[in-house]
Ligand binder design. Structure first.
Ligand SMILES: O=C(O)CCC(=O)C(=O)O
Length: 268
């Protein structure tokens, strides 16, 4: 089974959801006309960027506006959409939430970033998620993660151990730690013997310059597509038949001994 994917790496307008909707629409038109992908992925917080101090005002109330907008795009282009994440307001809480739509425009899953990134003050403005990132889309077992989540191999492993064949990552990863971005993503692909499709943003905001370098990595850890630092539509073909062979050759999922991992007692 093969599927084509496109990462839409774009420069997010700071605190301007309407402008960002225009940018997403245009980039999607381009991706669809050039690549006709099965799956499209957007970056993290694409509606507001990291304008955290104004989230009370600009976050999307229950995600209603974004959901209508994205559902229509998925349906119109008949594409599966891993719609990065949005700032979503529910009562007094704001979450950093990934929205996933099928080709008919049905919202099939929401995943809110589990691990908040203190270095960028997320814990002051956002509430961490509580749900799993697992979902099934177009016959593929998928899992979604958001940026800092990639530093938590145990979280991603749980998803792979529960069947995920492709790990989608939406990010606003800063340029100074590009080396970590690449190394962590390659490691997550190798250890989980899964595809990693990671969509970062490009450009800068008042506080950070972002790395771009969206990546598609195969289950052997080979980088099969990589963007540069600027806006780019990155595409690749994923062949899910490769996974079974790799998992048979080095059967890490059978060889795990999780019963020992929790009960480890530190010796002096
Ligand atoms: O872990 C990192 O270095 C970057 C994480 C990040 O930028 C985020 O989670 O938004």
């Amino acid at each position: 089974m093969k599927r084509t994917i496109c990462c839409i790496q774009f420069d997010i307008a700071f605190g301007d959801p309407e402008e960002n909707k225009k940018r997403v629409s245009l980039a999607m038109e381009e991706a669809i006309s050039k690549e006709a992908p099965d799956f499209l992925i957007l970056p993290e917080l694409w509606n507001t960027g990291y304008d955290l101090t104004r989230l009370e005002v600009i976050a999307d109330e229950e995600g209603i506006d974004s959901k209508a907008f994205l559902s229509e795009l998925a349906r119109k282009h008949s594409v599966n959409l891993i719609a990065g994440s949005i700032a979503k307001k529910s009562g007094h809480e704001v979450t950093n939430t990934m929205l996933i739509f099928d080709r008919e425009g049905n919202l099939i899953h929401e995943y809110s970033k589990l691990h908040l990134f203190k270095l960028m003050d997320e814990h002051h403005y956002l509430t961490g998620g509580r749900e799993s990132g697992l979902f099934m889309l177009d016959g593929v077992h998928c899992a979604g993660f958001i940026c800092y989540d990639i530093r938590f191999p145990e979280w991603m492993r749980e998803h792979a151990a529960n069947g995920a064949e492709v790990l989608f990552v939406a990010a606003e990863w800063p340029l100074p730690r590009l080396h970590h971005w690449r190394s962590l993503l390659i490691a997550r692909a190798i250890e989980n013997q899964a595809y990693v499709v990671a969509c970062n943003r490009s450009g800068s905001d008042p506080n950070n310059q972002f790395a771009g370098h969206s990546l598609v990595i195969d289950p052997w850890g080979n980088v099969i597509a990589e963007a540069g630092e600027s806006e780019e539509i990155l595409s690749a073909e994923l062949d899910f038949n490769e996974i079974a062979g790799i998992r048979k050759q080095i059967p890490v999922f059978q060889d795990r001994r999780p019963e020992f991992y929790q009960s480890f007692v530190k010796r002096d």
